[in-house]
Design a protein around this ligand. Structure first.
Ligand SMILES: [Zn+2]
Length: 283
């Protein structure tokens, strides 16, 4: 009954089982966002059948992609002496997010419809980015210390999740947030982390930095004029990691800021909401 009361308070349906352990979820539960969770004595965290990393203190992240199902299933397994691993199952709903349609004109035709000889470059980009995202370089839960915007001053020139029509060609939804700023503007690390990719001169992303913040969370900084860090560096929140540019597929100087958690791309701006305790729900 207690659970039901809490559920109604938050206008969200939670079906919980034994409830032997306390679970806390913090953040905005919506398509395209990231939330954090915490529970004691964890053995495994499984979201919709996929195992999720968690920290020693029982903290973990859950990211919902742009088109995530409204109904989410979270399964927690707990350590115990007999290795029975008692289970709690939670089914909860997330809110739908409505996405923009974004029309972009003036992109060089070859960047919209790549030539045959560009395809090898695109494969190289995909492989480099994927392997950086799969690198677990962070040996600490850097993300727990909180996030800042990577630019002090900017104009949002492209939202996360927007359906993009480039030079009249329908393209994949935008998987990051575009922040327009003058070329050469310093780009800051949004949180402490380890550099897992720097440079690249990629076909789409241009020069890029990827930072690993622990527990499967990375942030990406693309189209940089130049990068100021190298793979393996430990950076602190606010450190300058590169300069705004327009390398790769860009129609003007801007920072494409992206975020990925355990293979799921989400709106990086939602990282800034993680530490807002008024958005926490105890189950
Ligand atoms: Zn972008």
């Amino acid at each position: 009954m207690i659970y039901k009361a809490i559920c109604l308070t938050f206008s969200i349906l939670f079906f919980c089982c034994s409830g032997a352990q306390a679970l806390e979820l913090c953040g905005n539960r919506a398509q395209g966002s990231v939330i954090s969770g915490k529970a004691a004595g964890l053995h495994k965290v499984i979201l919709n059948g996929k195992e999720q990393p968690f920290a020693q203190d029982g903290s973990f992240l859950i990211a919902f992609d742009r088109d995530a199902d409204i109904t989410q299933k979270l399964t927690l397994l707990y350590e115990d002496d007999e290795q029975n691993y008692p289970v709690d199952n939670y089914t909860f709903t997330i809110s739908k997010t409505s996405w923009d349609i974004q029309k972009i004109n003036g992109v060089a035709d070859r960047k919209v419809t790549p030539a045959q000889e560009d395809l090898d470059e695109i494969v190289r980009e995909n492989q480099n980015v994927r392997s950086a995202l799969e690198t677990n370089a962070a040996d600490a839960s850097f993300w727990q210390k909180g996030f800042i915007m990577p630019l002090d001053q900017y104009r949002v020139s492209g939202k996360f999740g927007g359906q993009r029509i480039i030079n009249t060609h329908p393209k994949n939804p935008h998987r990051g947030m575009d922040l327009a700023a003058p070329e050469g503007t310093p780009v800051k690390a949004a949180a402490d982390g380890i550099v897992t990719l720097s440079g690249g001169n990629f076909f789409y992303s241009g020069n890029m930095v990827i930072l690993d913040h622990g527990e499967g969370l990375q942030t990406m900084y693309a189209h940089l004029k130049e990068t100021k860090v190298k793979v393996g560096d430990l950076v602190s929140r606010g450190d300058i990691i590169g300069l705004v540019g327009q390398t790769g597929r860009a129609t003007g100087p801007h920072l494409h800021w992206g975020a990925s958690h355990n293979g799921t791309r989400f709106n990086p701006q939602t990282l800034l909401e993680l530490n807002r305790t008024e958005q926490c729900l105890s189950l």
